[in-house]
Ligand binder design. Sequence first.
Ligand SMILES: [Zn+2]
Length: 293
Amino acid sequence: MALPVRHRPDLAAATSPVPARAAEPRPHVRWPAPVRRSRSDAERTQWTHPTVISSEVLESEDPKWQGKAPPVTSLGDLVDTLLAGASPAPIVTAGDPVLRRPALPYDGQLSAAQLDGLLALMRTTMNEAPGVGLAAPQIGVPLRIAVIEDPAPGPAEVLRARRRVPQPFRVLVNPRYEAAGPGVAAFFEGCLSVPGWQAVTARLERVRLRGQDETGRELDEVAEGWPARIVQHETDHLDGMLYLDRAEMRSLSANAHVLDRWSQPTPEAAAEALGFSLPTSVQGRAGSTSTTP
Ligand SMILES: [Zn+2]
């Protein structure tokens, strides 16, 4: 999810009420080791993601590729190829099918080193963009994994209205959410995979988040306000949805207009000037999540 500010915040200066998990020693990853087994052609097709690979290798002078994507036959190979490439990773943009397919549940398809490397690459890519969330499909990896980190920069009045508080770096594995109350909040929202644009999007104000963290520990918690918005945005990515599927399209605004005209704490002025009603319910089909309050 894109960070709705013009400049990259000073992440080092960001304060957080919760110690950043990254500073703690990593517990032993209990995901089972990946099993090497032959794949059917269908699985190979599903797991091959030429778009991310090709953008990086088609210009390569390495004769072994000869203008073709390398043979990616497993998620592990895909992650290895990404880890050998650029950091931050190229972010996949709207129009790539990987953003429109439900991602595969993570059940230990990667080695511990591959998972660690992928999470580090996702964090760097999110921070450099900058953004406050990134789902694995956004760098071409069709797994149900997302990262979140929000230093919550900006005027206090805006942060208060949007219920936006700092979020330490964290990992969501196989996340899913459901409504934990009837409230809905509508604010401008953006996405790193739809660069340059933002739109008013209604989100549940309070959700129950379940899934695992990167160690396999079960998560079951309630998220509220802006953190709940990030959870919904990133989980939707893993269901093949973009925020535009839920947005009020008459609010669609280039970043420059959001910054210059629609940076008020709430989007009432934008609604009046652009001719839309503030949405009072979450739009768009439900994926594997339950989004009906
Ligand atoms: Zn996004």
